[in-house]
Design a protein around this ligand. Structure first.
Ligand SMILES: *Cc1c(COP(=O)(O)O)cnc(C)c1O
Length: 416
């Protein structure tokens, strides 16, 4: 994380100190490093020479400027809603570089995707296949499709982010895959191009990906025997990052392992859909300590960011390192870092030891993925601004919300 370094005792993002950023934009505030995002992206791009390809999973961080930076790098995009398609296009991405995943695509979303001409649909059920075929036929278009199958492998991650087990809602069960492909091959207005899977998120080992690949290749072989050749295989996203002491494989090693297994399949391109691995460690949530409080046996460090700003700790018991922006000689406190939201589950970190005093700035690290993207207005809290740093320049890429933003669309009713 070379873009997040201490200089003269103060944590910087690239060439700007987080103290300066807090002064300019106030807290709480998301701060991202443009160079970290580009570096993370290029690790994938370099390891995946054409015809292989990476598609950034937009849901991890969908700010327009972030999408723009990636579009300028020639990224493809993996989206899960019509809204995400609109964002990619608004940011300058190309429709043909979009793959559209998601378990419950609506009529309107499918129409929109076909109208703008996205690259392909990752289809998650037999019923969706019928629907896409009918809409494409009506619009006199051809929909390129890949079926998302469920390889039934254990990603060994948190149950809420494991997606490749038989009892998950995602994908088509392996046992039904051949039949569904055969149906796809007979339906009008469809072109079958690939197969995909996404077994989970924050995986820290390569083996589950290789297990899934093995099952996908068995499917590819069987489909070839049935006269249904595929052009690519999409292994989804899911590569983990270091939040605390995890040691995920290096991007190059993980991709090399997958490509090595694909050597016997020269006609197959490998697609990947990284989200977290591109943006998680490229962002921090900057927050200020409001109060220190002790209830006799437990200490609390109360900050101005809450679970509405960063949900991961509350939702997944996720760990984010939390550091004082300025090295401090205040007494070390061991306690929970908690926000202002009226929920006991509103914490950013538990049992942390920090040298800290009221008024200090803290950086909640690795907050670039599933941070702002999962934020809400719970407790009528305006969402924080997002700032992108490039060298010694800072760009406000999303303004702090005002109360007008928070109640936009709400109306009062006639009196009495
Ligand atoms: C969420 C998701 C991804 C990205 O997952 P990461 O763990 O952030 O890399 C990729 N593909 C699909 C289909 C997803 O749902």
């Amino acid at each position: 994380m070379s873009e997040f370094q201490e200089k003269n005792g103060v944590l910087h993002v690239e060439d700007i100190s987080l103290e300066k950023i807090a002064e300019t934009y106030q807290t709480p505030c998301y701060v991202y490093s443009k160079h970290a995002i580009i570096r993370n992206w290029q690790a994938f791009q370099h390891a995946l020479p054409a015809p292989h390809r990476a598609f950034y999973a937009v849901k991890a961080n969908s700010n327009l400027a972030i999408l723009q930076v990636l579009a300028e790098q020639g990224a493809g995009f993996d989206v899960v809603s019509g809204g995400e398609i609109a964002r990619v296009l608004r940011a300058g991405g190309k429709a043909q570089d979009i793959v559209f995943s998601g378990v419950a695509k609506s009529d309107a979303e499918i129409r929109y995707a076909l109208d703008v001409g996205i690259g392909q649909f990752n289809v998650e059920s037999a019923a969706e296949l019928e629907r896409i075929s009918a809409i494409a036929a009506e619009l006199k278009k051809t929909a390129r499709i890949s079926l998302r199958v469920n390889p039934d492998v254990d990603a060994k991650t948190h149950p809420y982010i494991a997606t490749g087990l038989e009892d998950n809602k995602f994908g088509i069960p392996m046992a039904e895959a051949i039949g569904t492909y055969q149906r796809a091959a007979e339906l009008p207005a469809l072109e079958v191009v690939g197969a995909d899977c996404h077994i989970g998120s924050q995986l820290t080992e390569t083996q589950p990906f290789l297990d899934a690949l093995e099952r996908m290749l068995r499917l590819v072989d069987e489909l070839a025997e049935h006269g249904i050749p595929l052009r690519h295989i999409d292994m989804g996203g899911g590569l983990g990052v270091t939040y605390q002491d995890e040691q995920p494989p290096a991007v190059a090693d993980y991709i090399a392992a997958l490509l090595a297994r694909l050597q016997d399949y020269p006609h197959l391109s490998l697609y990947l859909e990284p989200g977290r691995a591109i943006v998680a460690n490229a962002g921090v949530l900057l927050t200020r300590v409001e109060y220190l409080k002790s209830n006799g046996f437990k200490h609390f460090i109360m900050v101005d960011a809450g679970m509405n700003d960063l949900l991961r700790p509350s939702l997944y018991q996720a760990h984010h390192d939390i550091v004082n922006v300025r090295a401090s000689d205040a007494p070390v406190i061991t306690g929970d870092v908690v926000g202002p939201v009226c929920e006991t589950g509103d914490f950013l970190g538990q049992q942390r030891s920090l040298a800290v005093a009221a008024g200090d700035l803290l950086a909640v690290k690795s907050a670039g993925a599933y941070g702002f993207a999962m934020s809400s207005n719970y407790n009528s809290r305006p969402r924080p601004p997002e700032v992108l740093i490039a060298g010694d320049q800072s760009y406000l890429i999303r303004a702090r919300e005002t109360m007008d933003d928070v109640w936009r669309g709400e109306t009062l009713v006639p009196k009495g």
